[in-house]
Design a protein. Structure first.
Lengths: 433, 449
């Protein structure tokens, strides 16, 4: 019995690889229909209200029109959304799927030269499961073992296509930082630095200071070259310091894993001291205690709806956190950090209505536009607005209902999941082919 | 001196239990409360729009249309118009009271890792009544739960059935040893590495170890039965050719063995085994084993049993299904596990849901709700966290529906209990309005200003 299963599993894997390679070789992007009309649905634009009996017209992968009276050429493929709900694709602003468990290079607390792309498994089934839950974009982050982790990638869930076709084109570069218990636990258990929060911040500051020196060396060298010094010797390249230098040059920003109120403030001060951009606090379960300061610093949070108590620094977590922070002006996203919850982020968003009284639009924004902002792709995705990528989900009921199922997912105007199809429901991925 | 102290203690215990009994008497019970004007989900006999529920002395004394229910003298009338009223929810497997902060090992009491066979462990002896997790769970309408040990031991200890409210563990532990989990999911193998390898390294080992335990328990049972029999027999006449003097005295009792002793009620079918398996092969192996020893079985998990749906239905065994959030098997459609409750119910299987958690136990109703999205009829989903659960645990006459004579565990909420947007306004346990304050609401109130 087991042997049979294993043999079958091997076949499936082989097929998967073959399929992936084939699509990678056929370089040309997949284009089903370059014109699509989603008609007569309830359109949840997220930015400009709900349109009953509305339509979305898609041309060349972009949203070309949204409204109650949208016209499209007869050549457009029509998707009838009568009785259905149409919303932007869900964006998971904190995920570790598709990395083959290579999430933490937990051998040194400073590893900014780790590239998540090097571990990316574009055939991971979790890309499919979450796609079927309405997710079109995910931010794949390094783990939180290190104060300074690795560099993220942003993917679109085009399950069945080749690796590079899943990468979000020109998404901003970002790096994961982490503070608090995790680095302490990982290195403390080995009797190494850092074992305390003092240690954590010292390690972080030391790395940034070294990178400042490195940056200066290169600036001096560049100045020499510019001044015509032909004998100028370039400094030795150091991938670690180069990554942090890029951070301080403004070429990247930081997603900072952080739980405790005091640590948000320390991290904000550290970013100011070294002149880099903190884009978002990850988890941020105590954001409600210092929401004004986080808002004033212009930093978003990517948080859980109601997770708590799994460790000491999560003990003060409350499910009202997201809405309290939002009311203080913080850009709040609800994220998964889980291959399970990523499949039903709409339900997690719905909890913010109950805990704190978010409006439906506010709740939806937390898994779409706000999440897009935290990832840095808010001009491209996250709402149904003209000019944005046609990353769209169609639901059989209001997506904030527990009874809602995803009927269809379009990414760049192309259907990547259709519940009505037999098998997996994935037009670009065929089991066993 | 020592004796006096002992006596004093005995007295204290005696008065203590007397006081305990007293508090359960009608005299100390809360006054009558009438919830009037709400949408009543009785679970057992449909929905009553604009209905009323009367609670007296900890019990439900009337359920019906708001106009037709008699209001007892002096009753407190609570206007619940616009609200939905339903029985307290039951979580069929939790770790409530066995953990506080997951990553802090000193706050965890749910698994004994040194061995696999621990039928003589009782979770009620570790149950922490003051856990902050209990009020957090309770205010979402969960009034009762199974507290079970972790699943990485084959027989991890006996489960308790609790009520999520009480002055002490004594009040909360409604049934101390209600069932024994038997876990056969592969997780019980000690095969983490070659270096740390120990028996049982394989499923064969797990099964053999389990079989041996039940055989030993049967022998043990027989030894004690023989002893009891001998003890009750009248002393025999001395036989003339009997040379051994020691045979004349009373029989010596066998040496007590707590492990084997604990298995006896389960061998006798007096209490159920909660048989956890996920894969088809494991389910069949474990069921055969249970049959071999005539165990009374409640099935648990079975989330990958797509190939055994009819077999499970034919067994007539009740099933705690889930977690429905388990990831599908390689090659399966995304909804293959989400659909399991509907597939089993369609075939007549009695279902219950469980959180399998402590911090997230409050989210139990949403698993039921999501199963509805994948085809489980709504009424059946609600039953699976109320009446079915009560019946499976042998408490169907006391809990699980809004019926006269049952314990007054009642929830008042803003709407559908299965939808996360619904806010729970008030929970009643044994006819008392319980505090809706938790550690979390206190922090909220402190910072929400």
């Amino acid at each position: 019995m087991r042997q049979v299963i294993r043999a079958w599993a091997c076949l499936a894997v082989t097929a998967l690889l073959a399929g992936g390679m084939a699509s990678a070789q056929s370089q040309a992007p997949s284009v089903g229909h370059n014109e699509v009309l989603i008609r007569n649905g309830t359109i949840l634009t997220v930015t400009h209200g709900t349109i009953k009996n509305g339509s979305v017209y898609i041309k060349d992968g972009k949203i070309a029109a949204v409204g109650a009276n949208v016209t499209a050429p007869p050549s457009a493929k029509v998707i009838d959304a009568t009785g259905k709900f149409v919303m932007p694709g869900i964006i998971d602003a904190h995920s570790h799927i598709a990395l083959r468990d290579d999430i933490n290079e937990a051998t040194s607390p400073v590893t900014p030269h780790m590239m998540m792309l090097d571990a990316f498994d574009y055939t991971d089934r979790n890309i499919y499961y979450t796609l079927a839950g309405g997710v079109t974009t995910s931010l794949l982050l390094h783990g939180s073992a290190n104060m300074v982790g690795g560099q993220s990638i942003v993917i679109k869930h085009k399950y069945g296509l080749g690796r590079d076709q899943l990468l979000f084109p020109s998404a901003p570069r970002s790096i994961k930082f982490a503070s608090g218990e995790n680095p302490k636990r990982v290195y403390g258990s080995r009797q190494q630095l850092p074992s305390t929060r003092m240690g954590n911040f010292a390690v972080q500051r030391q790395a940034l200071a070294e990178a400042q020196d490195y940056m200066r060396e290169w600036e001096q060298y560049d100045a020499k070259v510019k001044g015509g010094d032909k004998d100028a010797k370039p400094p030795k390249r150091d991938l670690k310091l180069e990554a942090l230098a890029d951070l301080m040059r403004g070429k990247m920003f930081v997603h900072n894993h952080c739980y405790r109120a005091d640590e948000f403030l320390t991290e904000i001060a550290m970013a100011k001291e070294f002149g880099y951009t903190l884009r978002s606090f990850e988890h941020a379960l105590e954001a409600y205690k210092v929401a004004d300061q986080i808002a004033a610093a212009g930093i978003g949070i990517s948080t859980f709806a109601d997770w708590w108590g799994y460790k000491e620094e999560a003990w003060d977590a409350i499910p009202w956190n997201a809405v309290i922070a939002m009311r203080h002006g913080v850009n709040v996203a609800i994220k998964s950090d889980s291959d399970d919850f990523a499949r039903r982020l709409n339900q997690e968003a719905a909890k913010t209505i109950r805990y704190g009284g978010a409006t439906e639009d506010e709740a939806l924004k937390m898994v779409t536009l706000n999440a897009a902002w935290n990832v840095g792709v808010q001009d491209r995705v996250g709402s149904l607005d003209v000019g944005k990528d046609a990353d769209i989900t169609i639901w059989n009921a209001h997506p904030l209902s527990i009874y809602a199922l995803v009927d269809m997912v379009l990414i760049d105007g192309d259907v990547f999941f259709d519940r009505s199809l037999p098998g997996l429901g994935t037009p670009y991925y065929k089991e066993g082919q | 001196m020592k004796r006096a102290l002992g006596l004093a203690l005995a007295l204290m215990v005696a008065t203590g239990s007397a006081a305990g009994q007293k508090s359960a008497k009608p005299a100390a019970a809360p006054g009558a409360i009438v919830l009037r004007g709400g949408r009543i989900l009785t679970v057992s006999h449909g929905v009553i729009e604009n209905g009323a529920v009367v609670m007296e002395n900890g019990k439900i004394t009337a359920v019906g249309a708001a106009g037709s229910v008699a209001v007892p003298k002096g009753a407190q009338i609570v206007d619940v118009r616009g609200m939905t009223v339903y029985p307290g929810l039951i979580d069929s497997e939790s770790r409530l009271g066995l953990t506080e902060i997951s990553a802090e090992q000193m706050t965890n009491d749910y698994i004994e890792p040194s061995d696999e066979i621990f039928p003589h462990l009782h979770v009620w002896e570790a149950f922490h009544a003051e856990s902050q997790l209990i009020p957090v769970t309770r205010v979402n309408g969960i009034t009762n739960a199974i507290v079970a040990a972790g699943e990485t031991d084959t027989l991890p200890g006996q489960s308790s059935f609790i009520q999520l409210e009480g002055q002490s563990a004594k009040d909360m532990l409604l049934v101390r040893d209600i069932a024994l989990p038997l876990n056969f999911t592969g997780e019980q193998r000690r095969n983490d590495s070659w270096e740390k390898a120990k028996f049982p390294f394989t499923r064969m080992g797990v099964a053999a170890q389990l079989r041996q335990a039940f055989i030993d328990a049967r022998d043990y049972q027989r030894k004690w039965a023989d002893y009891e029999k001998k003890k009750s027999e009248p002393p025999q006449e001395e036989k003339k050719d009997d040379k051994k003097d020691e045979k004349k005295g009373p029989p010596t009792p066998p040496k007590r063995d707590l492990k084997l002793e604990a298995l006896v009620p389960y061998l006798d079918g007096k209490k159920p085994i909660v048989l956890a398996a996920e894969e088809p092969g494991d389910i069949e192996t474990a069921l055969e084993l249970a049959k071999e020893f005539n165990l009374r079985v409640i099935l648990n998990h079975v989330e990958h049993a797509n190939k055994l749906l009819d077999m499970i239905a034919a067994s007539k065994l009740p099933v705690i299904i889930g977690p429905i959030y388990a990831r599908p098997k390689e090659g399966e459609r995304y909804d293959s596990v989400y659909r399991m409750p509907a597939e089993l119910q369609k075939r007549g299987v009695k279902l219950a849901f469980a959180s399998y958690d402590a911090h997230q136990s409050r989210n139990l109703p949403y698993a039921a709700g999501y199963a509805v999205a994948f085809g489980l009829p709504y009424d059946e989903a609600l039953k699976a966290i109320t009446l079915n659960a009560a019946e499976i645990w042998g408490l169907g006459d006391q809990l699980g529906s809004l019926d006269v004579g049952k314990t007054a565990n009642v929830v008042v909420a803003t709407g559908d209990p299965l939808d996360p947007k619904t806010d729970v306004k008030q929970v009643y346990i044994q006819g008392r309005a319980v505090s809706m304050e938790t550690r979390q609401t206190r922090l909220r109130d402190q910072y929400m200003k």
